[in-house]
Design a protein around this ligand. Structure first.
Ligand code: CA
Length: 454
């Protein structure tokens, strides 16, 4: 089937909404993550419903002749007159690239200097917001190479003006949904009704398959951050007759593929990754965040009016709800695993100091929740992230103990446990140790004993 594109970013949403409207009813925006401050963590940027992009401190979106630049730190929105007919602005390092339908090509706006520059006329026939991505000096985009419906992937270098066609797909195969991070570009290659993920290295100019679809499996909507390419998949299990949906991830260095979630209901749609967070949807039901480190999986929006795609940076997810607005959700990383330092052995009845230190990626204050392994626990007060915190403990009986500790940030988000083994030696060893101490302090006894044993 040939791909026919329509200039409507709502097509996908309406399609999903119509499929799932029988399954769910639109609910109000809610945050069911009880571990974060719910009210201040959800900010409405505008009552309009354009797709937005985010990077570092700005969210950008457009409306005809105007580019809107929302400053996350100040909460202020700048309206910049662009002229033309601009769509789908994308931001990377304080520069905004957008498509102008009057110019029929890409332009760039520098937030720092206020400079607007024409880049390249591509005569793009129009599509959706996933048709191009912008990273550093590169724009990777879909375009037709000959006929209107023959989509291929192109790479434009802003610094050099070089424009290269990366794909030349045979027959009715076609690539779409490109993504880029550093030197790696990935896209979805549609072959018949199924799709695979393919990647390209800008430096080595090498292509490789991320997935090799069987006739029962399909992978779509890749997103990349550092070495991780995340994508949606579905798999038809002909033995059980069920279809499985979910998310998978491919490491470009180790070439390992891991399954992140699998369900029998549609999920894992249109993932976007940044750092250890993946934002994905259960179509028509929710927008969810999955934390690769802690495996936390939370819903940040429930309802059927989500507009694809959403975008994220190190602290925020920006997403659009049809006929409602654009929202910014601040997510909270749990603290990292604490480091534990202190004596690995000692004697019962003596207090020993242990030093705990955990880093919270958001710089939040952390408390330590300590299980000493002897049935006793301690919880510290809040301390600065990455600051040494000393807590002493006395084990009353001999034995082997495992200290288990995790850090919890000021918003109640729990990090992973760290462990530390401690030995309280057997009584005889303890007696000998004490005897030796006594002998050192009382030389006459030492002399007597030495004579006795010689
Ligand atoms: Ca935190």
């Amino acid at each position: 089937m040939k791909k026919i594109k329509i200039i409507s970013l709502f097509t996908c949403t309406i399609f999903l909404t119509s499929i799932f409207s029988g399954l769910t009813t639109a609910k109000n925006l809610i945050s069911i993550d009880t571990s974060v401050k719910s009210e201040s963590d959800l900010i409405k940027i505008t009552d309009d419903d354009p797709v937005s992009d985010i990077d570092n401190s700005y969210v950008v979106y457009a409306d005809g002749v105007t580019l809107y630049i929302y400053n996350i730190e100040t909460g202020a929105t700048d309206e910049v007159y662009m002229g033309g007919d601009i769509v789908f602005p994308k931001i990377s390092e304080n520069r905004v690239v957008y498509y102008d339908f009057l110019y029929m090509g890409f332009k760039i706006y520098d937030i720092n200097t206020g400079e607007k520059t024409d880049l390249i006329v591509t005569n793009w026939p129009g599509g959706d917001t996933d048709d191009f991505q912008f990273y550093g000096d590169y724009i990777v985009y879909e375009n037709s190479d000959s006929g209107l419906y023959d989509t291929e992937i192109f790479l434009y270098n802003i610094a050099t003006g070089e424009n290269n066609q990366l794909t030349d797909s045979p027959g009715e195969d076609y690539p779409e949904n490109p993504c880029i991070y550093n030197n790696i570009i990935a896209w979805q290659l549609n072959e018949g009704n199924l799709a695979d993920i393919v990647m390209y290295n800008i430096e080595s100019e090498e292509y490789s398959r991320v997935t090799n679809t069987s006739q029962f499996e399909s992978e779509t909507f890749p997103s990349i951050y550092e070495n991780n390419i995340v994508y949606s998949y579905f798999y038809y299990d002909k033995v059980s007759g069920t279809i499985l949906y979910g998310l998978k991830m491919y490491n470009t260095v180790t070439e390992d593929e891991t399954t992140i979630i699998t369900r029998e209901e549609p999920t894992g749609s249109t993932p976007e990754i940044f750092g250890n967070i993946i934002a994905y949807s259960e179509p028509g039901i929710s927008l969810r965040l999955y934390d690769l480190i802690t495996n936390y999986d939370i819903s940040i929006y429930e309802g059927s009016m989500l507009v694809t795609p959403w975008n994220l940076n190190g602290n925020y997810v920006v997403f659009t709800v049809l006929e409602d607005g654009v929202y910014l959700y601040k997510y909270n990383d749990p603290p990292n695993q604490p480091e534990i330092n202190g004596p690995a052995s000692g004697k019962p009845g003596t207090a020993y100091d242990y030093i705990f230190n955990a880093v919270d990626p958001n710089g939040d204050q952390v408390k330590y929740i300590i299980d000493w392994g002897d049935g006793k626990t301690d919880t510290t007060d809040l301390n600065q992230s990455s600051e040494d915190v000393t807590v002493s403990h006395t084990w009353s009986k001999k034995g082997e103990y495992t200290i288990k500790v995790h850090a919890q940030d000021e918003y109640g988000s729990d990090g992973l446990d760290a462990t530390f083994s401690v030995t309280m030696p057997r009584t005889r060893a303890l007696y000998n140790f004490n005897l030796m101490g006594l002998l050192e302090r009382v030389p006459i006894i030492t002399r007597v004993i030495n004579r006795f044993f010689q």
